[in-house]
Design a protein around this ligand. Structure first.
Ligand code: GUN
Ligand code: ZN
Length: 771
C-alpha cells in the first residue's frame, strides 16, 4: 500500500511556485498556549511550494532572492493567505437536501436524509453530486474534509474519483448501519458491511492523497456486531481513520442507553468496541459527561464541533469549555455537517461557533476561530504536520482570503489594527465571497472572478451600483478625432472581460450575460447600420447554451472567429469553439483544448491571435507560468503545449497580437507593471520579457489585465488604472517599432470597471468595457 502521506508529485518536472501576500498560520494550540503565542504572521510574505509541498514561508524580502530564476510569483496584494480549511465532519450525500425544514434529529433523518441517501445507489447521481460538492467546498476554501458517504460502495467511488482527480487530501468512507432505518439503506449484514469497507480500503486508501475513514454511522443505527467489526477493521488497517456521530441529541442519547444498557455511557459503547483513539473523530459531542470527555482526551480521539447543524436541528450547544478543559483537552475542529449544517463555509461555521461560545461563556477570538478551522481540524484527524499549516514541510493546500471582498468587509477591516481583529471580522462577515482563491497541492483549484482580483487598495470603497458595474459600454478612437463619447452597448451585461474582434466586415463582442445566467452571449456591431445587434445567447452546434465563466479571449484566424474560455470557476480546463459566418453550422461544439500529446490544457486565463498562418494561444498556467500552443486551423489539431522559455510569470492572463511579422505578448509579473516580449516564427525564438517603459523610462502600471491590438502602424495597449478617488479609468500607450512605447494617456473620460477588450474595425479602434 502507498504511504498515504507521501509527497505527491505534480506529474511532470519539479516546479517551484510562490505566492506573495500576508501569511497567517498557527504554530500551536491557542486554547492551551495563548493567541499571541500561537499566531504566526508575516505581513508581506512569500509562500514557496515545490512538488505539492511548502518549502519556505517567510518575509518576501528575505526569500525572493533565494528563488530559482524564473520561479512564478503570484502576488495577492492586500490579501491574507491561510492554510486550506479543514471540514472535520460533512455528508456529501446530503449536499442537495441542505436546509430541509422542520424536525429534530431522529425525525429529520427519516424524513429528509434517508430518502436522499438511497439515491446514491445510482453511480451517476453520486458522481454528479460529488462534483457539485467538490466545486462547492473549494469555492469555500476547504481543502481537506472528513466525509460521510452513503452505504453504497458506489457512493464512495464517486467521491474519491472526484477528489483524487483534483488532488485533494480527503478522508471518506461508506456509512455502516444495520438497524433502525429503512431497509434499502441498511447493510445486508454486519459482515457484508465489513467486507465492502475492506474492499474500499484496498481500493482507495493511500491512492493519491485519499484516506479511508471507517464510518459506523452512530450507535443507534449499528448493532454491537456491526460496531465490533468496525473496530476489528480499524485495528487491521493502521493509518485509516474512523468517524461516527456521538451524543448529538438528547433523545438519541436515551435510545443508545436503552440499546446498550450494559455500557456506562455513550462513549463507553464506542470504547468497548475499540473505536476510540488517534485518528477517530466524533461529530457533535453535545451531551457528554465528565468521564466521557476524560476518555476522549486520554485516547487522543478528536471531536467535530458542528454549530450550524446543532442550532439548525435544535440539538444543543457544544460545550467548548469542556473540550478545551486543561484537565482533559480533546482535539477539536469544526464540521459543517451539511445537510444538517446550513453552510459549507468554514468561515460561517466559525461565525456560529463564536456565538455558541458566547452562550457558553467561552469567547473565541479570531486566532482561536481560524485555528479550529485549520490546524485544529487537521490535528483531530491526526494530520498535523501534513495539512492545516503553512509551516515548511506541510502539503501546499492554502486559501487566499480577501478582507475587502464586500463593501461591508472592506469598511470593517479598514479599521482593524491587529491581525487577530482582521481574522475575527473575516469570520463574522465572510463567506465564499471572501475566498479569492483556493490552492490544492500548490496548484490553483478555485479562483473567484479572476478578472476582478486586481482591486487595489482594500481601504477604498467601491462606488458602482451593480448594474452600472456590469453594463457593457463602448467608445472609439481615431487618430484625427481622439476618443469618442462613451456609449452603452444595449442590453449587454457582463461580470468579466468581454472578447472583441473584427471579423468579416462586422465587429463581434462575446461576453457572459449575468442578467440571464453564466453562459455565452454575443453582440454584433455593423458599420453599415452603426448599431449593435445584441441580446443573443450563443448556442453550440447542438443548439445548447454554452456555460462560461471568467474573461474570454476572441480572435479571428483564417476563415474563422475563435474563442477560448473556462466553463465554470472550478474547471481549469480551457475550452474552445469557432464560428464561420459562411458555414451553415454556426458555432462548432464547445470542446476542451487538447494538446498534441492528448493532455487537456489547463489555464488560468488565455489569449488568442493569428500569426504566420496558425492560431496562437498564449496562456497563464495554474501556477502562473506563461505557456503556449498553436492550432492548425485546417486540421483543427493543437500542437504540444510548451513553456515560454525563461519561465516568465504572470499574475494575470497574458494578451497577444501579431504586429509587424512578430508575435507580441504583454503580461504583468505580479508587480502591477506591464511587461512585453516577442516571438519570431522564423527563428523560433522568444525574446526576454522586458518592462514596458514609456519614452521617459517610467514603468507603466496597471490594475488589471490590459488589451492589445494593432492599429494603423502601431501596437496599441489599453490598460486600467484606478485614480485616488477609487474610480477606474482606461489609459493607453502605443508601441512604435522605431521609437518604443509612448507616454500613457487617458482614453477619453470613460469610467470603467476592470474588464475590457479592443479591436480595430473599419477605420476606428473600438474599445468595449464594463461600465
Ligand atoms: N446522526 C446519524 N446520522 C446523522 C446524519 O446524517 N446527520 C446528523 N446531523 N446526525 C446524524
Ligand atoms: Zn453528521
Amino acid at each position: 500500500m502507498n504511504d498515504p502521506t507521501a509527497p505527491v508529485g505534480t506529474g511532470g518536472c519539479p516546479t517551484v511556485t510562490a505566492v506573495r501576500g500576508s501569511l497567517v498560520w498557527f504554530g500551536s494550540d491557542p486554547f492551551h498556549t495563548s493567541s499571541e503565542q500561537a499566531l504566526e504572521y508575516v505581513e508581506d510574505g512569500l509562500l514557496v511550494c515545490q512538488d505539492g509541498k511548502i518549502t519556505d514561508a517567510g518575509p518576501y524580502d528575505r526569500l525572493i532572492g533565494r528563488l530559482p530564476t524564473g520561479t512564478t510569483v503570484v502576488h495577492y496584494r492586500d490579501k491574507v493567505i491561510l492554510p486550506g480549511f479543514v471540514d472535520l465532519h460533512v455528508h456529501y450525500a446530503q449536499t442537495r437536501i441542505i436546509g430541509a425544514y422542520g424536525d429534530q434529529l431522529l425525525k429529520w433523518l427519516n424524513k429528509h436524509v434517508y430518502p436522499e441517501e438511497v439515491r446514491f445507489a445510482d453511480p451517476g447521481y453520486a458522481r454528479r453530486t460529488a462534483e457539485l460538492f467538490c466545486d462547492q467546498i473549494l469555492r469555500n476554501g476547504t481543502t481537506t474534509a472528513m466525509v460521510n458517504c452513503a452505504t453504497y460502495p458506489a457512493s464512495v467511488d464517486a467521491l474519491f474519483e472526484e477528489t483524487t482527480r483534483r488532488g485533494m487530501r480527503v478522508a471518506a468512507g461508506k456509512v455502516l448501519m444495520d438497524r433502525n432505518a429503512r431497509s434499502d439503506l441498511l447493510d445486508a449484514s454486519p459482515l457484508q458491511g465489513y467486507e465492502e469497507s475492506e474492499a474500499l480500503i484496498r481500493k482507495w486508501h493511500g491512492v493519491g492523497r485519499s484516506l479511508y475513514a471507517i464510518t459506523p454511522r452512530f450507535a443507534l443505527a449499528c448493532t454491537g456486531e456491526m460496531l465490533r467489526l468496525a473496530g476489528k477493521l480499524w485495528d487491521e488497517h493502521p493509518g485509516t481513520l474512523l468517524q461516527a456521530h456521538l451524543a448529538e441529541n438528547a433523545e438519541e442519547v436515551e435510545e443508545v442507553r436503552s440499546l446498550f444498557p450494559e455500557r456506562e455511557d455513550y462513549v463507553d459503547v464506542y470504547e468497548h468496541f475499540g473505536l476510540l483513539g488517534r485518528g477517530a473523530v466524533f461529530a457533535h459531542a453535545v451531551h457528554l459527561g465528565k468521564r466521557e470527555w476524560g476518555r476522549l482526551s486520554a485516547t487522543g480521539s478528536g471531536v467535530a464541533h458542528c454549530p450550524t447543524s446543532n442550532l439548525f436541528l435544535g440539538s444543543g450547544l457544544f460545550p467548548m469549555r469542556s473540550a478545551t478543559d486543561r484537565r482533559h483537552p480533546v482535539r477539536t475542529g469544526l464540521g459543517t455537517d451539511v445537510g444538517a449544517g446550513t453552510s459549507l463555509s468554514l468561515v460561517q461555521t466559525a461565525n456560529e461557533a463564536y456565538k455558541v461560545g458566547q452562550l457558553g461563556v467561552t469567547p473565541m477570538d479570531g486566532t482561536k476561530l481560524f485555528y479550529l478551522a485549520t490546524l485544529g481540524g487537521a490535528s483531530a484527524m491526526g494530520l498535523d504536520g501534513v495539512v492545516g499549516s503553512l509551516a515548511p514541510g506541510n502539503e501546499a493546500d492554502f486559501v487566499v482570503l480577501d478582507p475587502s471582498a464586500t463593501q461591508l468587509l472592506a469598511t470593517r477591516t479598514a479599521t482593524s489594527e491587529t491581525v487577530d481583529d482582521l481574522l475575527f471580522a473575516l469570520a463574522q462577515l465572510g463567506d465564499d465571497r471572501a475566498v479569492a482563491a483556493t490552492y490544492v497541492s500548490g496548484r490553483l483549484a478555485h479562483e473567484r472572478n479572476p478578472c476582478l482580483d486586481a482591486k487595489p487598495d482594500r481601504k477604498r470603497q467601491r462606488r458602482w451600483t451593480k448594474s452600472r458595474d456590469m453594463g457593457l459600454r463602448w467608445l472609439t478612437y481615431e487618430e484625427s478625432a481622439g476618443w469618442s463619447k462613451d456609449l452603452e452597448v444595449p442590453n449587454a451585461w457582463s461580470p468579466y472581460a468581454p472578447g472583441v474582434e473584427a471579423y468579416k466586415g462586422r465587429l463581434y463582442c462575446l461576453h457572459q450575460n449575468t442578467f440571464h445566467d453564466e453562459s455565452l452571449w454575443w453582440d454584433v456591431y455593423d458599420k453599415d447600420t452603426g448599431a449593435w445587434r445584441g441580446d443573443r445567447a450563443l448556442h453550440d452546434a447542438l443548439g445548447d447554451p454554452v456555460p462560461s465563466h471568467g474573461p474570454l479571449a476572441v480572435s479571428h484566424a483564417n476563415d474563422y472567429l475563435y474563442y477560448v474560455h473556462h466553463r465554470t470557476s472550478s474547471d481549469t480546463r480551457l475550452w474552445w469553439a469557432r464560428y464561420n459566418i459562411e458555414g451553415e453550422t454556426g458555432w462548432s461544439p464547445d470542446r476542451v483544448v487538447k494538446a498534441a500529446d492528448g493532455r487537456e490544457v489547463r489555464a488560468s486565463g488565455a489569449s488568442l491571435t493569428v500569426y504566420d498562418g496558425l492560431l496562437y494561444c498564449v496562456l497563464r498556467s495554474a501556477e502562473g507560468r506563461l505557456r503556449w500552443l498553436t492550432q492548425d486551423t485546417g486540421s483543427k489539431e493543437w500542437s504540444t503545449e510548451r513553456d515560454v522559455p525563461g519561465g516568465f510569470t504572470s499574475s494575470r492572463p497574458p494578451v497577444v497580437e501579431r504586429f509587424k511579422d512578430q508575435l507580441y505578448c504583454v503580461h504583468d509579473r505580479g508587480d502591477d507593471q506591464l511587461h512585453w516580449l516577442t516571438y519570431d516564427s522564423a527563428s523560433g525564438n522568444w525574446s526576454e520579457s522586458r518592462r514596458i517603459e514609456d519614452v521617459d523610462g517610467n514603468p507603466v502600471r496597471t490594475s488589471y489585465t490590459p488589451a492589445i491590438t494593432r492599429y494603423n502602424d502601431y501596437l496599441y495597449c489599453v490598460f486600467h488604472q484606478e485614480d485616488a478617488s477609487g474610480w477606474g479609468r482606461l489609459w493607453w500607450t502605443r508601441y512604435d517599432k522605431g521609437k518604443g512605447w509612448s507616454r500613457p494617456v487617458r482614453a477619453g473620460d470613460a469610467i470603467s470597471s476592470p474588464g475590457f477588450d479592443v479591436s480595430a474595425y473599419h477605420g476606428p479602434l473600438f474599445c468595449v468595457h464594463r461600465g
